[in-house]
Structures are given as structure tokens and as C-alpha cells.
Design a protein around this ligand. Structure first.
Ligand code: 6GU
Length: 224
């Protein structure tokens, strides 16, 4: 998969995308992430990419011209499965959306900043608007990093144990059960006996039971 990201703050994306799992995905050649600085497409030599909003009100808006140039220069080279705008008024990201996007070949992501981007860019180019939750971030970059991570780890071959994404919280509509590692006893707290029993079928049944219990307690909204 190839992901192109247009941003005014590429620095905010560099570290999260170049460590851990996303680093491995890229080293394995399974994921390519290309950052594009919107300033390259500024309207003047001062590097201007934003302006005051029509109708008045505080906050700058990212202008049509630089964004349109950036988007069209990328679309001239390849066809994108989705042009995604990261915005708090988008569709809230969930696991089914990440699963679906992980099957794409080419994604283009646009990070807003300040008050956002001119509505006409959304009307003309954007095919999908995504929010990562009901709270406000200073810009779309951290949200884009979250989105790339949630998608990138699902690309076949990225995770070490390919089955492990299947047992994530949310992947089967339930929260994940508790997990334990050595030692078998820590500060008087014991690992549940069943996990030491070696009975794989019983262990799976226990895990399912714990997942149900945890989901019912913490996220009753997820139990239909
Ligand atoms: Cl995608 N952008 C911003 N600026 N804030 C957010 C968000 C996105 N998702 C949740 N809050």
C-alpha cells in the first residue's frame, strides 16, 4: 500500500510513522508513506497557504489553490482509492473502517490546520472524511498518524503473528480479554489457573467469557 499525506506540519508525522510497527511495515516493503509539504505549493514567495475566512471570524483557512495543486500533482501520477480529509466533523474511525481501508492500494490523506480547509476542496476532491473521536485536536496530523497506524498494521505480513490482529479489541466486536506473562505470581496476585492448564479449548472458552464480561462492564453499548 502507498499512502500520500499532504500537510503543513510534516514534522508532526515523521516520528510516529518511522518507529515500531509502521517502521517495520515500510522496511518490509508492505507500506510506503510519502509526506508532501503544502508549502511547496504556496501562492507566493512568503510561503502563504492560508487566509482569513470570508464572513469574518477568528482563525485562518487553508486556501484552495495550494491544496488543489498538491492534490492534482499527485492524482496525475496515480489513481487513489480514497482521498481522505481528517476532520473532527468526519465519520468516526472504527475497526471496520480500518479493516476496509487496509485493502486499498493508494490512499491520499489531507491534514487540515487552523480552522480547516476551504469547503470547495472537500466538494471537489475529498471522497471520505474521517474523525478519530469526539474531541478537538490542533490539526489533522496526529489523527492521520492514528489512521495510518490503524490501517498499516492490518496489511498482511506487517504483524509478526498474522493471527494476532484477529484477537485485538474490537476486531470481533468485543474488547480483548486480560493477558498475563511471567511470573505466575506477582505481589500475591496469581495468573488464573486455567491459563497454566494447557487445555487450549478451555483457555479459548475462558478468554471468550472474559471478553464478554469486560465488554458488558466497560462498553455495554457494544453488546447488542
Ligand atoms: Cl481528524 N482532526 C482534528 N483537528 N481534530 C480531531 C480529529 C481530526 N478527530 C478528532 N479530533
Amino acid at each position: 500500500m502507498r499512502i500520500d499525506i499532504i500537510t503543513v506540519m510534516p514534522e508532526l508525522l515523521e516520528s510516529p510513522l518511522n518507529h515500531s510497527m509502521m517502521k517495520r511495515a515500510q522496511e518490509k516493503g508492505l507500506l510506503e508513506v510519502h509526506l508532501h509539504h503544502l508549502r511547496q505549493f504556496a501562492i507566493n514567495k512568503h510561503g502563504q497557504v492560508d487566509d482569513m475566512q470570508y464572513g469574518g471570524g477568528a482563525g485562518m483557512v487553508i486556501m484552495c489553490e495550494p491544496l488543489s495543486k498538491a492534490i492534482e500533482s499527485l492524482q496525475a501520477v496515480r489513481k487513489y482509492d480514497e482521498v481522505i480529509y481528517l476532520t473532527p466533523d468526519g465519520k468516526t474511525l472504527n475497526q471496520p473502517m480500518a479493516n476496509k481501508l487496509s485493502l486499498c492500494e493508494n490512499l491520499l490523506m489531507i491534514c487540515g490546520h487552523y480552522k480547516g480547509i476551504d469547503q470547495r476542496i472537500r466538494d471537489l476532491y475529498v471522497t471520505l472524511e474521517i474523525s478519530i473521536g469526539d474531541y478537538v485536536l490542533s490539526g489533522g496530523e496526529l489523527a492521520a498518524a492514528v489512521l495510518v497506524d490503524s490501517i498499516g498494521r492490518l496489511i498482511p505480513g506487517v504483524l509478526n503473528d498474522e493471527t494476532s490482529a484477529l484477537t485485538d479489541s474490537h476486531q470481533d466486536g468485543l474488547l480483548a480479554p486480560p493477558v498475563y506473562t511471567r511470573p505466575a505470581e506477582f505481589k500475591n496476585l496469581k495468573v488464573p489457573d486455567i491459563l497454566l492448564s494447557g487445555h487450549f479449548a478451555l483457555i479459548e472458552a475462558w478468554r471468550h467469557e472474559e471478553a464478554l464480561k469486560r465488554t458488558a462492564e466497560r462498553r455495554p453499548d457494544m453488546i447488542s
